[in-house]
Write a new protein. Structure first.
Length: 621
C-alpha cells in the first residue's frame, strides 16, 4: 500500500519542498508497480481461461464448448418438420457428441444417476425382479449395490421364495413392506452379513444395518426340517431390527448375534420353533454369542472371541406359531471364553409365551437389565449364571483349561410378571460354588404367580437386594438364598408357598437381613436359616399359617451353625406350625426379643435351645 502526505507544512519553506518530493517518489513507485502487474497479467497463461469466468450459472468454457458442438453439427435451414434428426440434439449436457439422440439421452441419464448414487440410494426391488425374473438373484443383485454406497432397499408386498443364502453388506437398510412374505426354499440359513472368504476382527465387519418393515420372513421349519437360522450377523457395529415377524425356525435362531455391538431389536414378533432331532433344547429366538469358533458361527471369521455387547431387545413377542410350538428360550447365551464377558444386555417390555426352557438365560452377562416383561406358560423365567469350572466355556482363547470362573456384576431384574412357570423358578441368579460370585444383584418389584420350583433363588451372590416382590402359588421356596452374603430380603409378600417362605441355607450367608416380609399359607417353615452363617438379621416379618405340610416345620427356624444373629419384632399367627420360633441347640449367640408369638404353633410358641442366647434389648458389648 502506498500513502501520500495529505496535510503539508507551508513554513518553513524547506519542509514543504521535502514533503512534495516524498509524495512524488511514492506516486512514481506506485505507477511502476501497477505497470509491472499489468505486464504480468498480460503474459499469464491462466489469467483469462474461460473456466474461471461464470455466465448464467455455468463457466464460459461450458457455454463455448456446447455452442461450438452445436454449431459443428448444425443442420442449416432445418424447419422442424422434416424427418431428419436434428444433429444438435445429439450434444449432451457436458458438450460431448453422441451418434444418436437416444445415445445422448442415455448418457445424460447415466451421468445424472451417477451423481445420485454418490448419495444414499433408495432402491426398489421391482426393477431387479423384472430384470432377473428370480427373487433370490434379484435380491442379491440389489444388495450388492451396498458394496459401493449406502442403500435403502424396499421389498414390495407379495410372496417370495428364497432359494439360497443371501449376503448383506455394510450400510444397508432393508424395508420389508406390509404384505411382503419371504419364505425359505432351501436347506440352510437365510441371511448373513458377509462373504465366506471374508475375515474381520472386533466390530469392524459389515455393520450399520437396518432391517425393518411390517413384513414376514418364514423359515418354513414345519416343512423344511433341517436346522437353520434366519439371520446370522457377526463382527458388526450398529444393527437395528424392528417391526418384523420372524417365524418357524428349525433348530437354529431367528437372529444369531455373534460378536456384535450396539444392537437394537424392537417390536419384532418371533413365533414358531421346532427341534426335530432333539439336540437343540437350548435354542433361543435371539442368541447373544461371541466369535469363538466355526462351530458357533460358521458363515465367516475371524474367530477372535469378540463378544456381543450393548444389545437391547424390547417390545417384542415370543410365542408359538400356527404351525409350530414355542422357542426353548427368548434370549440366551451359553458359550463363553475365559476373560471375555457379554455386557450391556437389556431385555425390556417383551411378552414371552410357551418357552420350553428358561425364557431368558444369560451365561456370563454383565450390566444386565431385565425389566417390564411378561412371561407366561414357560418352563422357567429369568436365569443369569456363571459356567461350570469344568466346562469348555472356562477355557482360554487357545482352548486351555483355566480352573477358574470369571466374575460378573450388576444384574437388575425388575417389574416383571411371571405366570405359570411349569418346571423351574421364576428368577435365578447363579454363581459357582467355591469358585466365583455374581455381585451387585437387584431383584425388585416382580409379580410371580405360579411356579413349580422357587419363586426367587440367588446362589453364590454378593451384595444383593430382593425387594418388593409379590409371590403366589409357589411350588417350593418363595425366596431361597444359598451361600450368598451381604444382602437384604425385605418388603416382599408371599402366599400359598409349598416350601419355606424365605430360606437361608448352606452357610456363608453372612450379613443377610430378612425384614418386613409378609408370608401367608406356607407349607414348610415361614423363615428358615441353616448353615454356618453370622449376623443374619430377621426382623419385623409377619408370618401367617406356616408349617402346613408337616410336623417338623416352624414359623421361624434357626438351625445348626447360625451364630451372632438376631430375631426381633416378628409376628407369628396360626396353629399350623410346630413352634412359633425354634432355635436349635447348635445355634449360638442369637439375640431375640419383641417377637409376638403368643398362640402360634401346635406345640408351643417358643422353643429356644440355642447356646448363649441374648434375650434383652441391651447393647451387646
Amino acid at each position: 500500500m502506498f500513502n501520500l502526505k495529505k496535510q503539508h507544512t507551508p513554513s518553513p519553506h524547506s519542509k514543504l519542498i521535502q514533503e512534495l518530493n516524498d509524495n512524488a517518489r511514492t506516486t512514481e513507485n506506485a505507477l511502476n508497480e501497477l505497470n509491472r502487474a499489468d505486464e504480468r497479467h498480460q503474459q499469464s497463461e491462466t489469467a483469462h481461461k474461460a473456466e474461471h469466468i461464470t455466465h448464467r450459472g455455468k463457466s464460459v468454457a461450458h457455454w463455448l464448448n456446447s455452442y461450438w458442438s452445436r454449431l459443428v453439427n448444425l443442420i442449416v435451414n432445418h424447419d422442424g418438420d422434416d424427418v431428419k434428426e436434428v444433429v444438435d440434439g445429439r450434444v449432451a449436457l457436458d458438450a460431448t457428441i453422441h451418434p444418436t439422440l437416444n445415445d445422448r439421452l442415455e448418457y445424460d441419464f447415466d451421468q445424472f444417476e451417477k451423481k445420485v448414487n454418490d448419495m444414499l440410494s433408495v432402491v426398489s426391488l421391482q426393477p431387479f425382479l423384472n430384470k432377473y425374473g428370480n427373487f433370490t438373484k434379484a435380491l442379491q443383485a440389489a444388495l450388492d449395490l451396498s458394496k459401493n454406497r449406502p442403500i435403502w432397499l424396499y421389498i414390495p408386498p407379495g410372496g417370495y421364495t428364497l432359494r439360497e443364502r443371501v449376503r448383506i453388506y455394510k450400510n444397508t437398510h432393508i424395508t420389508l413392506q406390509a404384505g411382503a412374505t419371504i419364505k425359505r426354499g432351501f436347506v440352510g440359513s437365510m441371511f448373513v452379513n458377509g462373504d465366506s472368504n471374508e475375515s474381520f476382527t472386533g466390530y469392524n465387519g459389515h455393520g450399520n444395518l437396518i432391517i425393518d418393515g411390517q413384513g414376514t420372513i418364514d423359515s418354513m421349519g414345519h416343512e423344511i426340517k433341517q436346522q437353520c437360522s434366519i439371520f446370522g450377523f457377526a463382527h458388526a457395529s450398529g444393527i437395528i431390527m424392528r417391526d418384523l415377524t420372524l417365524k418357524n425356525v428349525c433348530g437354529g435362531h431367528a437372529l444369531d448375534c455373534a460378536g456384535n455391538e450396539n444392537v437394537m431389536i424392537d417390536n419384532v414378533t418371533f413365533e414358531g420353533f421346532a427341534d426335530y432331532v432333539g439336540d437343540r433344547w437350548f435354542s433361543a429366538a435371539v442368541q447373544v454369542d461371541l466369535m469363538r469358533s466355526a462351530s458357533n458361527f460358521g458363515a465367516f471369521g475371524a474367530y477372535d472371541h469378540t463378544p456381543t455387547r450393548n444389545i437391547t431387545m424390547q417390545n417384542c413377542k415370543i410365542r408359538k406359531s400356527a404351525e409350530l410350538g414355542g422357542y426353548p428360550r427368548a434370549i440366551d447365551s451359553h458359550t463363553s471364553t475365559d476373560g471375555v464377558l457379554y455386557s450391556g444386555i437389556r431385555f425390556l417390555n417383551n411378552k414371552v409365551y410357551d418357552c420350553t426352557e428358561w425364557a431368558v438365560s444369560g451365561n456370563k452377562w454383565q450390566d444386565v437389565f431385565v425389566d417390564g416383561n411378561t412371561f407366561e406358560n414357560c418352563s422357567g423365567g429369568v436365569r443369569t449364571l456363571l459356567p461350570s469350572v469344568s466346562s469348555v466355556y472356562t477355557q482360554d482363547k487357545n482352548g486351555n483349561p483355566t480352573g477358574r470362573v470369571n466374575k460378573t456384576k450388576r444384574h437388575t431384574i425388575t417389574n416383571n410378571k411371571f405366570i405359570n412357570m411349569s418346571v423351574d423358578h421364576a428368577i435365578q441368579v447363579y454363581g459357582r460354588k467355591g469358585y466365583q460370585t455374581i455381585d451387585h444383584v437387584a431383584i425388585k418389584g416382580n409379580q410371580i404367580d405360579g411356579t413349580t420350583r422357587h419363586g426367587i433363588h440367588v446362589s453364590d451372590v454378593k451384595h444383593f437386594v430382593i425387594e418388593g416382590n409379590n409371590m403366589e402359588n409357589i411350588g417350593h421356596h418363595g425366596v431361597l438364598v444359598t451361600r450368598s452374603t451381604r444382602g437384604k430380603v425385605h418388603h416382599n409378600t408371599g402366599r400359598d408357598i409349598q416350601g419355606n417362605g424365605v430360606r437361608i441355607e448352606e452357610g456363608n450367608c453372612d450379613y443377610v437381613s430378612v425384614d418386613d416380609n409378609t408370608l401367608e399359607e406356607i407349607g414348610f417353615s415361614g423363615i428358615s436359616v441353616s448353615g454356618d452363617s453370622d449376623y443374619v438379621q430377621v426382623d419385623k416379618n409377619t408370618i401367617m399359617n406356616a408349617g402346613k405340610r408337616g410336623d417338623d416345620y416352624d414359623f421361624i427356624l434357626f438351625m445348626d451353625g447360625v451364630k451372632n444373629s438376631a430375631v426381633r419384632n416378628n409376628t407369628a399367627i396360626g396353629k399350623t406350625g410346630r413352634y412359633g420360633m425354634y432355635l436349635t441347640s447348635k445355634c449360638s449367640s442369637i439375640q431375640h426379643y419383641g417377637n409376638r408369638l403368643k398362640g402360634a404353633g401346635k406345640v408351643s410358641a417358643l422353643n429356644d435351645k440355642s447356646v448363649d442366647p441374648i434375650r434383652t434389648v441391651e447393647n451387646i458389648t
